[in-house]
Design a protein around this ligand. Structure first.
Ligand SMILES: *Cc1c(COP(=O)(O)O)cnc(C)c1O
Ligand SMILES: [Zn+2]
Length: 486
């Protein structure tokens, strides 16, 4: 390989189509579709030329992606390092890159691994630009939108999304950067996103509309808008978002030198877009022989929002039935969804996944609210920056171990989907023992933490600067039981 490989934009182009998961209709990507006009089912994107990629050997692909990690081109630095596997219909000028992707995988310290009883690592997707994995999907959706605007010469595009917080933060960020014809509107359930998540779209200049209800209510309104008005929907119903989020799987595989044997990937499930994307990504690598073994996938849901868990809890596939649930308050608020839009995609991909890898490759586990918040606190006490959904993954790993689903030699890769700071209010409620009763969380002393006041403010006023330093120094030494030097 010469360095032309990583400093030149790939020449390969595919042919992409939407495929309906209901009636198998194929639709042209030159139109904005979110659901099938014939049967209303959700869509996935497919590259009909995908098999051409087999002309390149698995070794060549691995080497190519490894070399491309050193690129100087901003259009190949993020999720489009894996351009040929992602959206090989975009041109370099379409690609938006705000630093998304390439997030680190941090192995747990031996103390945490010892406590859990299993090797584990967190992939910190909170280190994306708007501090969640949603940026991966937005980078792809906005790049495609730019291509459409370029081809059609549109002068105004209104992007809309409903959000449990992070989708709107990401959508508003990318819209603010692209600017021009694009204007961003976000619909949030009033009082159901954290102050940090509300601040993000406001700061990016989006129109923020609050509606009473929960996420599922907002989602219905956005679907109504997308059906009846000319707007671009940016929820994960938009299949371009799924494509961009596949990069998570590609990066995990690359991190482990393309060896996925004895790996179990844990993903929180909300609207189920991310777990869909991750399975789809690993399947693509597997089809091309870039990975020889698929990792096992564990979806995790809170008992307060668990329709996907309930579906798979029936072990006989013939008897499974999907029912939306009414959600209850959850600290994994970004996953607090009772009727996940991508459920049909999960069913479709989980089937393919088990066909390719065998039974037991896909599981969904259910965890309690107490375990979720304590998963986050435990992770972060060991040097991680997990959000509550990252904590949900750790709770899911502990649950999988209880159920005897983990093997001793396996490494669990946990998706820390957002930065801990976005969900810090839940930590505060735990530390202050102020959870409303519907969460069902009782803090444990050993996991609580609070600032300790050392001196009263009047001391500062009364003393000179020098006296104050001495007084405060002695007070701190006393609290810490420090031994004086001899
Ligand atoms: C969106 C989101 C989820 C849920 O992902 P889905 O794709 O909706 O299943 C989990 N964690 C965080 C932090 C999120 O923003
Ligand atoms: Zn259809």
């Amino acid at each position: 390989m010469t360095n032309s490989f990583y400093d030149q934009f790939p020449s390969h182009r595919g042919r992409m189509e939407y495929v309906c998961l209901g009636c198998r209709a194929r639709l042209d990507i030159d139109e904005l579709y979110y659901t099938c006009p014939q049967c209303n089912e959700v869509l996935l994107l497919e590259d009909t030329q995908f098999d051409e990629l087999r002309r390149t050997s698995p070794e060549q692909w691995r080497e190519a992606f490894d070399l491309r990690a050193a690129t100087r081109r901003s259009d190949l630095k993020g999720i489009f390092r894996f351009y040929e596997l992602t959206a090989p219909v975009l041109e370099p000028e379409d690609i938006v890159w705000l630093g998304e992707g390439n997030t680190p995988i941090i192995p747990a310290s031996s103390a945490l691994a010892g406590h859990v009883g299993q090797d584990l690592a967190f992939k910190n997707d909170g280190q994306n630009p708007s501090a969640s994995f949603k940026d991966r999907g937005m980078a792809c959706a906005f790049s495609y939108l730019k291509a459409l605007i370029r081809r059609h010469g549109w002068d105004q595009v209104l992007t809309v999304c409903a959000s449990t917080g992070d989708t709107s933060a990401a959508a508003a960020l990318y819209a603010a950067y692209v600017g021009g014809a694009i204007k961003s509107v976000v619909l949030l359930p009033q009082g159901k996103v954290t102050p940090q998540q509300l601040a993000q779209p406001l700061g990016s200049g989006a129109v923020v509309l609050e509606l009473p209800g929960v996420f599922d209510d907002c989602m219905k309104v956005v679907e109504y808008l997308a059906e009846n008005y000319r707007v671009a929907l940016l929820n994960s119903k938009n299949a371009w978002r799924i494509l961009g989020q596949e990069s998570y799987a590609f990066e995990v595989a690359q991190h482990y030198a393309w060896d996925m044997a004895d790996k179990a990937v844990f993903v929180p499930i909300g609207n189920a877009g991310n777990v869909t994307a991750i399975m789809s990504g690993f399947l693509k690598l597997h089809r091309l022989g870039i990975i020889e073994q698929l990792p096992r996938i564990f979806g995790v849901q809170s008992a307060h929002a668990d329709p996907v868990y309930k579906y798979y809890d029936e072990s006989d596939p013939a008897k499974r039935a999907y029912h939306p649930v009414t959600v209850q308050s959850s600290v994994a608020q970004a996953a607090m969804i009772g009727n996940p839009v991508s459920f049909p995609r999960v069913r479709h991909l989980a089937d393919q996944y088990e066909q390719a890898g065998g039974p037991g490759m896909f599981h969904v586990v259910q965890v309690e609210e107490q375990a979720i918040i304590e998963g986050m606190l435990l992770a972060n006490r060991h040097g991680h920056i997990a959000c509550t959904q990252g904590g949900e993954c750790l709770a899911g790993l502990l649950r999988a171990r209880e159920l005897g689903l983990m093997q001793a030699q396996e490494t669990a890769v946990l998706d820390a989907t957002a930065h801990s700071l976005k969900f810090i209010g839940f930590q505060e409620m735990y530390f202050e023992n102020s959870f409303p009763s519907e969460y069902g969380i009782t803090p444990r002393e050993e996991l609580m933490n609070a600032p300790r006041r050392v001196l009263s403010p009047d001391v500062k006023v009364r003393l000179s600067s020098r006296e104050y330093t001495l007084e405060a120094g002695r007070a701190v030494a006393e609290v810490l039981h420090l031994q004086a030097k001899l």
